[in-house]
Design a protein around this ligand. Structure first.
Ligand code: C2E
Ligand code: CA
Ligand code: CA
Ligand code: CA
Length: 279
């Protein structure tokens, strides 16, 4: 009967929901444990000057060294961390660790570079963000210009709040970049009002730069426009020499991607720093 089917369906859905939420609860608990037991790791991917080949900065990218599952990628846990609010603590851990690592590289005598940290939407709208960043810098003794904060284009939609927030952060002396640029809706008008240093062209445009005339045009336009506004441009996801050549021709400032280096642990970066710069 219809009534019977309805009942079955109800039972089916609620069971599925229970399994889902059970998985989530387990995952949330292990994320909390990961924070406590320091199971997170930062990997660093070099950002290279397109003219000189020098490393100008590195982007900090989080991984989870899970006791049973091994190295877990951020795509698998950042969404739940955002949903549960744990991302606030994770972002803070990333900030502390990245700043401390950068200070250590300088103490080892390596050339001074920026370290770029990804901010989640929650952290960007956190009232305490400016305080957290300035405290972290103070405690570490790192010159603020060697820290970069990456926010995504979609996080800047609320323009009225974004303008003063970016100014406060910028006034600390840190650098600010707009990540995944080209995928959102920032208008030129607003970009002008934002206290930012750099645009990061999204890798989806870089991927087909050689085969897709449209993407090539978009990238060329973004670079010219950014330069007119006094901003630097970095392209991410550079995997091939032809992509690099095109970006050189378009006068892109920096590049990041597997062509140069995958994200690597701090120890590997320290060991290979000189070699990476010469490649
Ligand atoms: P994202 O910020 O856009 O980071 C760039 C991603 O592209 C990284 O993936 C990087 O490993 C990958 N990548 C770099 N070069 C290449 C290349 O040449 N080809 C290809 N196909 N990919 C390349 P990853 O490390 O898996 O991070 C994925 C996303 O997770 C990041 O995207 C970012 O949104 C988020 N994420 C990573 N670390 C953090 C973090 O510490 N905090 C927060 N809030 N989010 C993070
Ligand atoms: Ca990023
Ligand atoms: Ca990106
Ligand atoms: Ca395309």
């Amino acid at each position: 009967s219809a009534k019977g089917r309805g009942k079955n369906r109800y039972a089916f859905y609620s069971e599925e929901m229970n399994t889902k939420s059970h998985e989530k609860i387990t995952m949330e608990a292990s994320l909390r444990k990961a924070l406590e037991h320091e199971e997170f790791r930062l990997y660093y991917q070099p950002q290279v000057d397109i003219k000189t080949g020098e490393i100008k900065g590195v982007e900090a990218l989080i991984r989870w060294q899970h006791p049973e599952r091994g190295l877990v990628s951020p795509a698998e846990f950042i969404p739940l961390a955002e949903e549960t609010g744990l991302i606030l603590q994770i972002d803070e851990w990333v900030l502390h660790t990245a700043v401390r690592d950068n200070k250590r590289w300088q103490a080892l005598g390596l050339p001074a570079i920026r370290v770029a940290v990804n901010l989640s939407p929650q952290q960007f709208s956190n009232e305490r963000l400016v305080e957290i960043v300035s405290k972290t810098l103070e405690e570490s003794g790192l010159d603020p210009k060697y820290l970069e904060l990456e926010i995504t284009e979609t996080m800047t939609m609320d323009v009225e709040h974004t303008i003063p927030k970016l100014k406060q952060l910028h006034d600390l002396g840190v650098q600010i970049s707009i990540d995944d640029f080209g995928t959102g809706y920032s208008s030129l008008n607003y970009l002008k009002k934002f206290s930012i240093d750099r645009l990061k062209i999204d890798q989806s445009f870089v991927r087909d730069i050689i085969s897709d005339r449209n993407d090539a045009d978009i990238v060329g336009t973004i670079i010219a426009m950014a330069h007119n506004l006094g901003l630097e441009v970095i392209a991410e996801g550079v995997e091939e020499k032809d992509q690099l050549r095109f970006l050189q021709y378009q006068k892109c400032n920096e590049v990041q991607g597997y062509y140069f280096c995958r994200p690597i642990p701090s120890s590997e970066l320290e060991q290979n720093f000189t070699k990476l710069r010469e490649e």
